[in-house]
Design a protein. Structure first.
Length: 84
């Protein structure tokens, strides 16, 4: 499986300036639930996205996260070496 399909529920609303805009109001993995959301009213719709299964590996990481992961790997290596 290369990816998962997700459905983002949207709904039209009028903002403070009187403009009609789209607002994300929910998310699901179920197409039938997305179609049911759309059927509730003309202002409702959904958008479909494909998310890679390994999205965490592809996501941008801050330097702090990368450094903390490297530190965790070093500590695990030191613990394993100490147990030998």
């Amino acid at each position: 499986m290369d990816g998962a399909r997700i459905f983002v529920f949207t709904s039209l609303y009028i903002d403070d300036a009187g403009n009609v805009v789209n607002r994300n109001v929910g998310i699901t993995f179920d197409l039938f639930e997305a179609e049911a959301h759309r059927a509730r009213g003309v202002e409702n719709d959904f958008q479909t996205f494909s998310v890679p299964v390994n999205w965490r590996e592809d996501a941008e990481q801050s330097n702090l996260v990368t450094t903390m992961r490297d530190l965790r790997a070093m500590v695990q290596e030191m613990q394993e070496a100490a147990l030998r």
